[in-house]
Design a protein around this ligand. Sequence first.
Ligand code: G3P
Ligand code: CA
Length: 264
Amino acid sequence: AAVPESARVRVPPLVIAHRGASADWPENTIPAFIAGIDQGADMIETDVHMSADGELIIMHDTTIDRTTDARTLYPDRTDRSIAGMNAAQIATLDAGSWKGEQFAGIRVPRLAEVLALVHDTRTGLLLEVKHPERYPGIAEAIVDSLRALPNYLDRALAAGMLVVQSANWAFISEFHGLAPEIPVGVLGRPCPDELQDFAEWVDQVNPEFCAADPDFLTAIHELGMSSLVWTVDELGEMERAIDVGADGIITNTPDRLVEVVEAL
Ligand code: G3P
Ligand code: CA
């Protein structure tokens, strides 16, 4: 079958800064996102959870242990999950020192701060909802947050620069039902039957790089969807990701990927 115009491989592929420019900056923090923007990323990839009091918290892990000073600040606390803490407690954490003393004092951002940052730039947002099954009401909270910032949503949608994705496909279906105007992506590698179903309403199918073979990406494109692959930092892998037809590459080193795509 002829590939529809809308499904053509994006050339050059989008440069997507994974958790910000996280090779050199503390991941999922405002300085890491600013560095990603400064390095020329087309989009910022980030991860969102929800605190006990319903605030949308930007972090990769479900607990605050790895990327903050939580163990020092709350040594006796047994539950250091985001779901078990309120936003005011999370706001006291240092999310920079683990990466290097020069980053001491950097805080854990909320989704609203990330939106405020990208709002005035040409940089898009790839928002991954982590373990939404843990957070009743997170779909509504995200939609409210995206709609709360004046003029943000209309502009981001017009520019095609906002996608909400998750490895929880049932959640993505729920989210799509709530806000059908917002493009959605599924993370992983669906089987062919699932891919056909997704083509009805999903915009992106985003596999891990090792699962992104040319046949799979061609099938995605022929069904009118696009595909971003993750997480690719090595030069040779960046070139292979481009060769297999990725529409965007999610990387911890956006500066390196910008050089690669500029040379295309
Ligand atoms: O955007 C996809 C990628 O970020 C998924 O992996 O574990 O880094 O969130 P992870
Ligand atoms: Ca992610």
